[in-house]
Structure formats: structure tokens, C-alpha cells
Design a protein around this ligand. Structure first.
Ligand code: LLP
Length: 410
């Protein structure tokens, strides 16, 4: 269902006029659709059908407590990668038996925090981490369930090298190294090696790289079986992409689920972030000024890389549409830029679009994942509010920061 749609020429999110909210609350802000988040989660869950599975929503995509709450109510588990993320999911009273803890650099304190809360599984990325974990578990008199993250080196064809976690990245262990660990598992008295983890990258739109990885996982698991080691959990990470550009297709969920059906005797864990929340939100911003310089047109808006860094950091493409449908506006190659003192501060470069007027409102689409989450106070800008829409109702699920918030702790 299209939740962001024009009604009488004005953009709505579900049953709420975005122009009205902008008048009431000012700009910029993030606006999320409750029903879109539910729809995406349910679509994924249904596609997996009878494959024994647990979706552990990747908190790093968007950790707003209200959004975590929606997912908890849908039955989702959580993938956390820091003590802070664990703190947030415990705050919403998530079931610890549905929490996995990832990350290449967990501190002793974070490991202890996870152990004390009896989470489902730690995914370990180095031998040294495993030793530390075993030691802490011993001190706490616990037996801790662990998976090893394996980097099979498959090229995920993701959108940018910064979100490719395969060969040559810092993530996981090579398969032969991991195998040595599984084979000496009995040495670690306070660890139960119950799982295998392999996240290959993010914003992947084809099934092929997943399929290749699943086959490698499958033969790895079969070999372990021959050695008498039976794993309970296969954690295949996240990475399911969404169409950001007009010409991109939806992620082929059915094919993905078919590839996953290899794992009949284990429980499959998915750490999906972007697919669940990515297209559930827009960033609403106002055009402050329009100017031309050295033959280029600049549309200067009131939001920038401090609120949404994806275009600057990864050259990511986000559709930009008007809140009030424009007619008879000239189509001009424009640069949509923010107020930050960086040339790299932009939402779109050299993009053919109807040239808005000063004061017009624009929506930057598909900003529900890694949008607010990666925002900062750079240039001492206040962080912007997050608004959640449900039907005809909206609520502020995070307040706009005030100047006083900028000096907290200084
Ligand atoms: N599991 C692990 C171990 C991960 O590293 C990630 C993402 C996920 C799950 C969730 O991936 P997803 O389903 O959302 O693709 N900031 C970048 C994306 C970084 C992804 C980092 N890891 C962006 O804005 O595109």
C-alpha cells in the first residue's frame, strides 16, 4: 500500500496532511508511517512461511523507542550491536530470549551487560573476543550461547563499498579459522557454540549473493555435523535492499525465502533493518533560498547532512518530491543543498526536477533507515523531531531539541 500519496494535490502520510503538520510543528522533521512498518514486517514474516525463523530487527537502522515498540508488538526480536542498543531494547521490555548481540568490537562491559540479561546469542567475530567472553561468563557462573560470524568473502553487490562487509573488510572470521574454533569448542567451559552468523552487506537488491552464501553456510554446517557438532541457529544477518530510485525493483522476497529453505533443521535468524523501516518515512524540509552560481542552480533547504548523511557519505540517491504538487514549474537541473558549512552537504546533485519556490515544502523519501539514526549536532544544529502517524492521528515520538540540549554535559 502507498501510504505517502497525494490527496487533492497535497501529500498525505496515511490520513494526515503533511502540510498541516509542518505548519503546526515547523520544519524540518522526520515522519514515519505506523502501517508501513507493520506491513513490511508482516510481508517479510509471511514470505518466510514455514521456515523456522526469528526476525531480529536490526536496531541500528532506527532505534527510536516507539518504533522498537511497534516491532516488539509484532513479535519481532532485536539485533543489537552496542550496550546502548541493548539498553534501549530492554527499556521497551523486549524478550531477552529474542535478542542477539553483534559487533566486531564489543567491550568487556558490553559483554557482561548482555550475559547478565540472558540474551539469546552473542555473535563473536574474533578468537580473542571468544576468550574474553568465556572468562567473563566463568566469573559470572554462566553458560553463554555463542555464534561465530563467518566472512565467506562473497561479493554482495551492495550499493557502496562502505556497506560491503565481505572480503577485505574488518568483519567476521574466515571459514577455516572459524572451523578451528568450532572443533575446539569443548575447551571453552562457559560457552555453548550454538550458532553461525554471516551478514554479507547492506542494500542488496539481488538474491544471488545471498544464495551463494547460504550454500556455503549449508556445506559448512553439514561438515560440522559429521564432526558431531549440531548448530541450533543460522543467523543470516540482514542486507535486504529497498528501491530508492524510480527504476529499481522491489527486493525479490520469495526467491530469497526459497534460498533460505535449505535450512530445515535449524532456526533461521534474520537481522533485517532497512527492509522493515526504510520506506516508512520521509524527511520534510522547507526551501529557504534559491540561487544561481557559476551556471548552477542551488535549492537551499533548512535540513542538511546533519539530519540525513546518506547522500554525502555514500552518494546515496533519495527521491525528493514536493509536499504540494507543483504544476507549471520549470524543470531545472538543481542541487538541493543544506545549511551546513561543507560542500559535501547535499541531498541531490544536478538532479532534473521541478524547480520549487522559496517557502515550498519538500519530502526526501525513504529515510526511515539510517536517517535520524545517523544524524548529528554538527554546526550546533538541534536534532529534529520524529513524528509517527497512525491513521488520522500523529504523535511526536522524539521532540525537537532546544538550544539548551546542545550544551548538556559541557
Ligand atoms: N546485521 C549486521 C551484522 C549489520 O552489520 C547490519 C547493518 C544489519 C544486520 C542490518 O542491515 P540492513 O538489513 O539494514 O541492511 N548506514 C548504511 C548501512 C549500514 C549497515 C550496517 N550494518 C546506510 O545508510 O546505507
Amino acid at each position: 500500500m502507498e501510504v505517502f500519496r497525494y490527496v487533492g494535490g497535497k501529500l498525505y502520510c496515511e490520513g494526515v496532511s503533511i502540510e498541516k503538520i509542518a505548519k503546526e510543528l515547523g520544519t524540518p522533521f522526520y515522519m514515519y508511517s505506523h502501517s508501513k512498518i507493520e506491513e513490511n514486517y508482516r510481508e517479510l514474516d509471511a514470505a518466510l512461511g514455514r521456515i523456522p525463523h526469528l526476525i531480529c530487527y536490526a536496531v541500528k537502522a532506527n532505534s527510536n523507542l516507539s518504533i522498537l515498540g511497534i516491532l516488539k508488538n509484532l513479535g519481532s526480536g532485536f539485533d543489537v550491536l552496542s550496550g546502548g542498543e541493548l539498553y534501549k531494547v530492554l527499556k521497551i521490555k523486549a524478550d531477552p530470549r529474542k535478542i542477539v548481540f553483534d559487533g566486531v568490537g564489543k567491550t568487556k562491559e558490553e559483554i557482561e551487560y548482555g550475559i547478565l540479561n540472558n540474551i539469546l546469542m552473542f555473535n563473536v567475530e574474533s578468537f580473542s573476543e571468544l576468550l574474553i567472553l568465556d572468562n567473563i561468563a566463568k566469573k559470572l557462573k554462566k553458560e553463554v550461547p555463542v555464534g561465530i560470524r563467518i566472512n565467506f568473502g562473497i561479493d554482495p553487490h551492495s550499493a557502496h563499498r562502505y556497506i560491503d562487509t565481505s572480503k577485505g573488510s574488518k568483519f567476521g572470521l574466515e571459514a577455516n579459522e572459524a572451523k578451528k574454533i568450532y572443533l575446539q569448542a569443548k575447551k571453552f567451559k562457559n560457552i555453548k557454540l550454538v550458532g553461525l552468523h554471516s551478514h554479507i552487506g547492506s542494500q542488496i537488491l539481488e538474491v544471488k549473493p545471498f544464495e551463494m552464501t547460504f550454500k556455503l553456510i549449508f556445506s559448512f554446517v553439514e561438515e560440522l555435523k559429521k564432526q558431531g557438532i549440531n548448530l541450533k541457529y543460522i543467523d543470516v544477518g540482514g542486507g535486504l535492499g529497498i528501491p530508492y530510485k524510480e527504476n529499481e525493483n522491489k527486493f525479490p522476497l520469495k526467491e530469497y525465502a526459497r534460498a533460505l529453505s535449505l535450512f530445515k533443521n535449524c532456526k533461521v535468524i534474520l537481522e533485517t533493518g532497512r527492509f522493515i523501516v526504510g520506506n516508512s518515512a520521509i524527511l520534510v524540509t522547507k526551501v529557504l533560498y534559491i540561487k544561481n552560481s557559476f551556471g548552477k542552480t542551488f535549492v537551499i533547504v533548512d535540513s542538511g547532512m546533519n539530519d540525513l548523511i546518506r547522500p554525502s557519505l555514500y552518494g546515496a540517491y533519495h527521491r525528493i518530491i514536493p509536499i504540494i504538487k507543483l504544476s507549471n514549474y520549470p524543470i531545472v537541473r538543481s542541487n538541493v543543498v543544506g545549511p551546513v558549512c561543507e560542500t559535501g552537504d547535499f541531498f541531490a546533485l544536478n538532479r532534473k526536477m521541478p524547480l520549487p519556490k522559496e517557502g515550498d515544502l519538500l519530502a526526501v523519501r525513504d529515510t526511515g533507515a539510517y536517517g535520524f539514526e545517523m544524524s548529528s549536532n554538527y554546526n550546533s544544529h538541534c536534532r529534529i523531531p520524529q513524528i509517527l502517524v497512525k491513521g488520522k492521528q500523529f504523535s511526536i515520538i522524539r521532540q525537537r531539541e532546544k538550544y539548551a540540549d546542545l550544551i548538556k554535559g559541557e
